[in-house]
Design a protein around this ligand. Structure first.
Ligand SMILES: C[S@@+](CC[C@H](N)C(=O)[O-])C[C@H]1O[C@@H](n2cnc3c(N)ncnc32)[C@H](O)[C@@H]1O
Length: 277
């Protein structure tokens, strides 16, 4: 059933039917094909939506548990969505359960239009800039965690090279903890990468398990950090585009670090001149 909500917010529509087409369409955004076709994605939770608002991302749709946005920040979010002209849907607990994540579901979520940044012009970068390149990253949780770390060190953005996990999947958005709204995401094919990277003015730092250079040696900025895929690591083509290959020393028996952990270690090293408490 769909009816006009009796909420004071005139633009809010109440939905209680699990068969409602809008609910089905939002649920479908769990699938990559639907995200690609619609150019939209879902983000959940009050603090993530506050980040979206503060970063200037108007929602296309705001969906919330009936009665949950009456006061405080929740009410502010509803005002924000209405002001942005978003579709506002007030739903029953059963409907929310259909569209929210299963573990730790939130009472509010929103649908946004995806944004893809242009790759930066290597000749027009601020001198201190750091960008992160991820070659064929597979795991959306790792991708979201890296986007969060890029935000933490104020990197300029993340470039996805080749076939990669979708940064707008729920898992990636969730792992980014809202940083998906702060960090520009660009994409590029591997074929373009070498010629583009050859115009980079500072170090192009590839991380490689066979490297003999320690990642703690100083990096010439602007810096481009290039990370390999979880499975095969850095391809020979991507490694060939790097001006340096570095390794993070390991003393135990494992042969590599998780990619998000490795990215964090090198990023903090590259940005250490800019990070203080
Ligand atoms: C899980 S590792 C891939 C391991 C892969 N089997 C290989 O041979 O490279 C994923 C990525 O994390 C980075 N990485 C992980 N551990 C690293 C280390 N100790 N030093 C440098 N990079 C590392 C590299 O970018 C690597 O391609």
């Amino acid at each position: 059933m769909t009816r006009r909500s009796d909420s004071k917010h005139a633009g809010v529509r109440a939905i209680t039917s699990l068969q409602n087409d809008r609910i089905k369409a939002i649920r479908a955004l769990d699938m990559r094909k639907a995200r690609r076709e619609s150019g939209q994605f879902v983000a959940e939770g009050t603090s993530v939506l506050v980040t979206a608002r503060d970063a200037g991302w108007p929602p296309a749709t705001l969906l919330f548990l009936a009665g949950s946005l009456k006061n405080g920040v929740g009410r502010d979010l509803l005002d924000w969505a209405e002001h942005a002209g978003a579709e506002c849907l007030e739903v029953s607990a059963a409907v929310l359960a259909k569209v929210a994540v299963k573990d730790n579901p939130q009472s509010v979520l929103a649908v946004f239009n995806q944004r893809w940044a242009a790759s930066p012009d290597p000749e027009k970068l601020p001198p201190e800039a750091v960008w992160v390149v991820l070659e064929a990253i597979r795991d959306p949780g790792n991708l979201g965690t890296i986007i969060r770390t890029a935000d933490a060190v104020d990197a300029q953005g993340v470039i996805l090279v080749g076939n990669s996990a979708d940064p707008y999947s729920r898992e990636a958005v969730r792992a980014s903890m809202g940083s998906i709204f702060n960090v520009p995401i660009a994409r590029m094919q591997l074929e373009e990468f070498s010629s583009w990277a050859s115009r980079w003015r500072g170090d192009v730092v590839g991380t490689h398990l066979k490297a003999t250079d320690d990642f703690r040696k100083p990096c010439r900025l602007p810096g481009l950090l290039v990370m390999g895929s979880e499975g095969p690591g850095l391809s020979p083509e991507a490694a060939g585009a790097c001006t340096r290959l570095v390794k993070i020393p390991m003393a135990g028996r494992i042969d590599s670090l998780n990619i998000a952990v490795a990215t964090a270690l090198v990023l903090y090293e590259m940005r250490k001149g800019k990070l203080s408490l």
